[in-house]
Design a protein around this ligand. Structure first.
Ligand code: SAH
Length: 354
């Protein structure tokens, strides 16, 4: 096993090839790894001791090496407006994360968290209010999906890494999560059904492009002007928009995956005619899709959501320029389903319990 993996305590955090090697090192045949992976990732067996196809002594050895960590659903909120459920999940160390399940015509999409908190500091995002607490392990990302699948007796086939956290700031764990969830011996989720959203960490975008895993890359742009972007996205001081666009063009070249541009619309800030014109100029050489998200107001910040007419106007402006754009359907507004809002609400109001 890789050196950095020495501290792994949950068997769900290891890839199929690592598990195969581990099993062989124990003197077992490699088909045992297939049995284990199938039990964990397809049958979602809760405990290693419940994998009855394995001999008892092997189960005991595995259990000792990978004791696992408890994770449970703390609260579940079902939207009355649309088919969205939001979950608060309690981790073994009493930290709380959130995950959201959305039902679309084509099936279920789950939005998962990659960190407890976040250190990117974006002005309108509730997840970053208290900074980064810690990274999530691959198992903790996977378990968000398995807990929800079991809770609703469904099969989640689409995942977006858009919950709390910056996925590319937890690069190695996120990469292992992707490899594990994609493994044909396990859940076998298509990379094409996975979207990773980033604030735009340029070196990691280049690195990701080299991994040859064709997931959709989504960039949280929010403004086509560096000076404006710096007002809401601190990372904009580190990486310029043109550096991000070059990294995206490289990603597109290597993966052939269309880039998504996330654009949280803020009244009188980034919904003007000149924003539309500059966006068009920026993206002229790229295959992209823009997602407009009317900003969800966060109490501490003075950023207003544009009225629906202004949203339409901006959308029509982009459309008339021949740009590829949609307005993101706002789901789960009645249950604080936007980024980090529910966890924050919970911590502010009930968090003292922990
Ligand atoms: N850190 C990653 C992923 C998490 S946030 C990133 O920055 O992309 C997922 C998306 O929701 C980002 O585009 C983020 O900017 C956006 N977002 C966060 N808070 C929001 C809010 N209050 N209203 C609208 N969009 C928000």
């Amino acid at each position: 096993m890789k050196k950095s993996k020495e501290k792994i305590t949950d068997i769900k955090s290891i890839t199929f090839s690592e598990l195969t090697k581990y099993v062989k090192d124990l003197g077992e045949q490699s088909y045992r790894a297939e049995q284990i992976f199938n039990a964990i990732h397809n049958n979602m067996v809760p405990q290693i001791m419940d994998i009855h196809v394995l001999p008892k002594d092997l189960r005991a050895k595995l259990q000792q090496r990978f004791p696992g960590r408890k994770m449970e659903i703390l609260e579940k909120y079902d939207s009355k407006l649309d088919e969205v459920s939001k979950y608060l999940i309690l981790l073994h160390d009493k930290n709380i994360i959130e995950t959201v399940l959305m039902k679309y015509k084509f099936g279920y999409t789950q939005c998962i968290s990659t960190q407890v908190g976040c250190r990117m500091g974006c002005a309108f995002c509730a997840s970053t209010k208290n900074g980064l607490i810690r990274n999530l392990t691959p198992a903790e990302m996977i378990d968000q999906i398995y807990l929800v699948q079991k809770n609703q007796d469904i099969d989640v086939r689409n995942v977006v890494l858009m919950g709390s956290g910056e996925p590319l700031d937890n690069y190695d764990n996120v990469l292992d999560f992707l490899r594990i969830i994609h493994s044909p011996k396990g859940k076998n989720m298509s990379y094409r059904n996975i979207t990773l959203s980033t604030v735009g960490l340029v070196p990691q975008i280049y690195k990701l492009a080299e991994e040859k895993i064709p997931i959709t890359l989504s960039i949280s742009l929010h403004s086509p002007f560096d000076e404006k972007r710096k007002e809401v996205v601190p990372m904009a001081h580190k990486y310029s928009i043109s550096e991000i666009i070059s990294a995206c063009e490289n990603y597109l070249d290597l993966t052939s995956r269309r880039i998504t541009i996330e654009y949280a619309l803020v009244k009188d800030f980034n919904d003007r005619k000149k924003d539309a014109a500059k966006l068009q100029e920026l993206l002229r050489n790229m295959l992209y899709h823009i997602n407009l998200i009317p900003v969800n107001p966060v109490v501490e910040f003075d950023l207003a959501k544009p009225g629906s007419k202004a949203v339409r106007r901006f959308y029509n402006d982009l459309k008339s320029r021949g740009m590829n754009v949609t307005i993101r359907r706002e789901l789960g507004n009645d249950i604080n389903a936007a980024c980090g809002q529910l966890r924050q609400y919970y911590l502010d109001n009930m968090g003292t319990k922990f």
